[in-house]
Write a protein that binds this ligand. Structure first.
Ligand SMILES: C[S@@+](CC[C@H](N)C(=O)[O-])C[C@H]1O[C@@H](n2cnc3c(N)ncnc32)[C@H](O)[C@@H]1O
Length: 152
């Protein structure tokens, strides 16, 4: 699937399944929202590494109505879906196209990041790339990562 993320049809198919292919997904997103609730996000920003079609971002933006969200993904197709899904949050969302395997060259908008998280994305990276991606949490005051391998 890794290379299919760039394919608009495959991206739309993944989006239509709403992440239900992962049985623990709902629980993971609930845990993520609970952790974010302790992060005093207020009108600060959160960084979503691998925003995809914006499914998790939508939940976060609805739950934290003053927060800004910066979503990073390397797939133009997924970012287009995210852009449509998150239209109603215009002004609070910025989407950045970037390969997280090269996270050290990632440039995100200047903001007070209160949390960084990643759902069902970092497992696509090699161990070395994952380590680099995790280091971006230094940009967030209370880093939170959630993947299908756990939350850390
Ligand atoms: C399973 S989807 C998860 C999307 C979103 N986090 C969610 O849970 O709804 C995985 C996402 O990771 C993105 N992705 C995979 N490898 C990536 C990489 N090296 N750099 C940036 N994005 C990547 C894909 O384009 C896809 O949007």
């Amino acid at each position: 699937m890794t290379n299919s993320w760039q394919d608009p049809e495959a991206a739309a198919e993944w989006d239509a399944a709403l992440g239900h292919d992962l049985p623990t997904r709902a629980e993971q997103v609930d845990v993520l929202l609970s952790l974010l609730a302790t992060a005093e996000i207020g009108d600060g920003a959160v960084l979503d590494l691998g925003v995809g079609s914006g499914l998790v971002a939508e939940r976060v933006l609805a739950e934290f109505p003053q927060a800004r969200l910066v979503g990073v993904d390397f797939s133009r197709a997924m970012l287009e879906l995210a852009s449509k899904r998150l239209e109603r949050f215009a002004g609070r969302v910025e989407l950045v196209q970037h390969d997280l395997a090269k996270v050290t060259s990632l440039v995100v908008p200047l903001a007070e990041y209160r949390a960084a998280f990643s759902v069902q994305t970092l497992h696509h990276l090699t161990d070395h790339e994952k380590a680099n991606a995790r280091r971006t949490r230094g940009r967030a005051r209370r880093p939170t990562y959630a993947t299908d391998r756990g939350i850390f």
